[in-house]
Ligand binder design. Sequence first.
Ligand code: URA
Length: 259
Amino acid sequence: MRLDRFLSEQTALSRKEAQAAVRAGAVQVDGIIIRKPDSPIFPEKNQVSLRGTPVAYAANHYFLLHKPSGVITATEDKNQKTVLDLLRPEDRLPKLAPCGRLDLDTTGLLLMTDDGQFAHRMLSPKHHVLKYYLAKLRDPLAEDVPQKFLSGISLREGSGEVSCLPAECAGIAPRMAVIALREGKYHQVKRMFAAVGNHVDALLRFQVGNLPLPPDSQPGQYFVISDKEAVEMLRNPAFSSVCAFCKQNYSSYWINNPL
Ligand code: URA
């Protein structure tokens, strides 16, 4: 791999900035200053440093963000703060993108990665990766709602209707329900509860597959996770155990993080 490409993939430098840094003598490979941006390197073998700081090599990067409310799920926007703006400048890698979308007012787990294949696996409804939400409801959860969601509820869309894939749902506290989705239609949780005459006052995504949002994390905080940890997102645990986890760790979420 070329040295300038390595730097632009592993740091927040653009390709041009990487080339300039190499030409300026700011880059060493195995302790030797290299001034030619197209010099070949072997990322697994060579130690590259930029201005004296070693550049760690990872084929792909995974950041687990606790998305706060009021930040949009995008990489750039003229008017509003984006989830990319929440990362430290050195972590804003060029190909990093949010994996899926949370509404402006939805909080919780958002993966940001430059691994396009992984993102596709996580998001494609074909792979049935479950995304778990905690919904704070205006009204108590009606008894027949879990069965309606499990049967695949229909949502109005334009002049027609679309069916949702089966979704599990259970109440864990008064006016609080956990719901597991295997797809990501626009405002899906809010529209599903609206379709049964209820209303979502607040929404938290607390888990994807087998990877929960760390219960002691704060909105706006993020963590670098390994590819092994990311793969946990592709495994689906039993719904009852996820509900028990949520009840224990997240039922006071909106007391600790008022709307
Ligand atoms: N469903 C919603 O309604 N909003 C989200 O942000 C995610 C799922």
